[in-house]
Every structure is written in structure tokens, then in C-alpha cells.
Write a protein that binds this ligand. Structure first.
Ligand SMILES: NC(=O)c1ccc[n+]([C@@H]2O[C@H](COP(=O)([O-])OP(=O)(O)OC[C@H]3O[C@@H](n4cnc5c(N)ncnc54)[C@H](O)[C@@H]3O)[C@@H](O)[C@H]2O)c1
Length: 317
């Protein structure tokens, strides 16, 4: 059985990834400190379902604790690590970047250090489309990444640069995946698709930023997880891939999908767009298609239907 460490396993994407890895017969060691960015109870719920599988172990650790991370890697001798643990709220990072620097940069270095000291054969580092800032779309991986709009994006780009240096100096294969606007089951509660699903199901008002003309490349979590596992299985020096839907929609278009799926007309209130919010996210995924053999399979309509079904069953209190 292949052993893999997944950092951030109690979170939105980490719990979905862990579930799929367990289904594919990996032994999964989930690392998470149940950071207080959002309700711990949600993370406990995600982990409770993973713990029903005997190949899953939870380690309540802070990735910034280098000694603990090295001890864990020495004990488990994982073949791979997928590093998702991070603070990921763009707006909060604008107000107070220091915890973002601490967790995202220092924490990532501690993961890379533990991995290289214990002979991990491939690190998959989860990055973000936020590294591109407001550069013209669609974004290929070669697009400049010197102008992220948020300190969160700046931390994600910094980690990519450290990852490259670790790869260069220690010859560890590292793959950075730039995720784009992920949504689906176990969704992080601060994200637009989750907030809209819950509010519309409860008959409450929803907020739309600006005139709803900004575009986002919403990507279903199951597609994101599939890309991550394909990438994991293809170590190749240092690589960067965009993992997005390649089909950006305006917030107004997204809203009409929600109205269609839920069958109600939304009660909308406009609010000013945040300064750190980009005009458009749009992934050019030709590299992932060619090298990983990956492309998204779940349409936005189907994915929103799955999200709404999950919110209706799990998040209506
Ligand atoms: N959700 C998206 O649309 C999206 C888009 C681009 C990139 N990403 C990246 O994907 C990854 C996962 O994001 P998510 O949406 O699942 O967020 P999430 O907040 O649900 O998951 C992150 C997890 O990391 C854990 N964590 C935070 N600090 C930690 C620390 N110091 N030690 C151990 N664990 C810690 C949190 O408790 C949480 O469970 C992040 O790296 C994020 O930057 C997400």
C-alpha cells in the first residue's frame, strides 16, 4: 500500500482528495491543525467520515512545527506528499498578511524540509490562480506572476519559488498545481457558491459584487481531485500546471445557473467589489491536457447541482 501525507486534510479540498485516495487504496496520513479560519465543527465532520476507513490516520499538527513534521515523516516514510494546508482567504490576507506569511510560507518550508530529509519521491504543492493578478486572460503557465493583487497570492507565488529552489538543490520532483475557484461538497463556507446555495435555499438575500460582470473559472472539486492524483503519479522535475475549468462565467451567469437548479429567483443585493478581486480568472489548461491527460468532466450546471444537493442535506441549520 502506498503511503501519502495530505496536509490540510480536514479542509474542503483536502477531505475530498483524501476520500478519493483512500478509494484508490492509498494509506493516507492527514495533517491538519483545525485552524480557526472557519468553523472547526465542519472540519471535524469532514474528518469523521474519513476516519471510518482504517487506512486513514489523522495527525493534529501545525505544519509550522518543523520538529513535529520531521518526526511524522520519519515515522511514516511517505512515498508522496500533497501539500494543501494554508490560510486561503484573499480578503483577510489584505487586512492582516502576517498569519498568511507564517502559515503559507514558513509552514510550507517545514513540509518541504521534512519531505527532503526523509526521501519523499514527489511533492505536490497546491498553488492558486491568484498568482496571476490582473494580467490578460486566458492564463497559460508562462504568464507573468509578478503582480498578485493580494498578499495571499504573493504567499502562494513565494511558495512556488521556494519549491523550485528545493527541487533544484535537493533533486526532489515537485509539481505545483494552480487551482482555480474550486467548488463542491465540503465547500469552504466563505466562498460565493456555498454562500449563494445556502442563502437561496433559505429564501435569504444574496450579495453580488460589482455589477456581477466579473468572471470566474469555477472548477468542480471532483475534477480538481482527479487532476491532483494524475499529477501525483507523474513526477517530472519541477512542473507547474493550471487546474481550472477553462470556461469562465460572469457572476450573473453563475446566478442564473443557481436559479435554474434551485428553482427560485434570487433576491440580490449589489456590493462594491473588493480591491484585491481580479476582473477574470481563466485557465489555459492545454499543458495539463497534454502532459497529465486531464480535462474537466463535470459541467458547471451539474457541479452546482451537486453542491446544492450537498448543502441542502448538510448545511441548512
Ligand atoms: N478553494 C479554492 O478555490 C482554492 C483555489 C486555489 C487554491 N486553493 C488552495 O487549495 C488549498 C486548500 O484550500 P481549501 O479551499 O480546501 O481551504 P480550507 O481552508 O478548507 O483547507 C485548508 C486546511 O489547512 C488547514 N491548515 C491551515 N493552517 C494550518 C497549519 N498551520 N497547520 C496545519 N493545517 C493547517 C486548515 O485547518 C484547513 O483544514 C490551499 O492551499 C489553497 O490555497 C484553493
Amino acid at each position: 500500500m502506498r503511503t501519502i501525507i495530505v496536509t490540510g486534510a480536514a479542509g474542503f479540498i483536502g477531505s475530498n482528495l483524501s476520500k478519493e485516495l483512500l478509494a484508490q487504496d492509498y494509506k493516507v496520513i492527514g495533517v491538519d491543525n483545525f485552524d480557526n479560519t472557519y468553523e472547526k465543527a465542519f472540519k471535524e465532520e469532514h474528518v469523521a467520515s474519513l476516519l471510518t476507513c482504517k487506512s486513514f490516520t489523522l495527525e493534529k499538527l501545525d505544519i509550522r512545527d518543523r520538529a513535529a513534521m520531521i518526526a511524522l515523516f520519519e515515522k511514516e516514510k511517505p512515498e508522496h506528499v500533497v501539500h494543501l494546508a494554508a490560510k486561503a482567504d484573499t480578503r483577510a490576507a489584505v487586512e492582516d498578511p502576517y498569519p498568511y506569511i507564517d502559515t503559507n510560507i514558513n509552514g510550507s518550508l517545514s513540509v518541504f524540509d521534512a519531505a527532503r530529509k526523509t526521501g519523499v519521491s514527489h511533492i505536490v504543492n497546491i498553488s492558486s490562480s491568484s498568482v496571476y493578478g490582473n494580467t490578460p486572460t486566458p492564463w497559460s503557465e508562462e504568464r507573468i506572476t509578478d503582480e498578485p493583487l493580494s498578499p495571499y497570492g504573493a504567499t502562494k507565488r513565494s511558495v512556488e519559488l521556494f519549491a523550485y529552489a528545493y527541487h533544484h538543490n535537493f533533486q526532489i520532483p515537485i509539481t505545483s498545481l494552480r487551482y482555480f475557484n474550486v467548488y463542491g461538497e465540503n465547500n469552504r463556507p466563505s466562498m460565493v457558491p456555498y454562500k449563494w446555495a445556502r442563502a437561496m435555499l433559505k429564501g435569504e438575500e444574496i450579495e453580488i459584487s460589482g455589477a456581477g460582470t466579473r468572471k470566474r473559472d469555477y472548477t468542480y472539486v471532483g475534477d480538481t481531485v482527479r487532476a491532483t492524483i494524475l499529477a501525483l503519479q507523474k513526477p517530472n522535475g519541477y512542473q507547474t500546471f493550471n487546474i481550472g475549468n477553462n470556461n469562465p462565467v460572469t457572476l450573473r451567469e453563475l446566478l442564473s445557473i443557481f436559479e435554474d437548479v434551485i428553482g427560485v429567483k434570487a433576491n440580490v443585493r449589489e456590493r462594491k467589489s473588493h480591491n484585491a478581486s481580479v476582473e477574470e480568472t481563466y485557465a489555459d489548461i492545454s499543458k495539463a491536457e497534454k502532459i497529465l491527460g486531464w480535462k474537466p468532466e463535470i459541467s458547471l450546471h451539474d457541479g452546482i447541482n451537486r453542491l446544492v444537493t450537498w448543502v441542502r442535506a448538510n448545511r441548512m441549520n
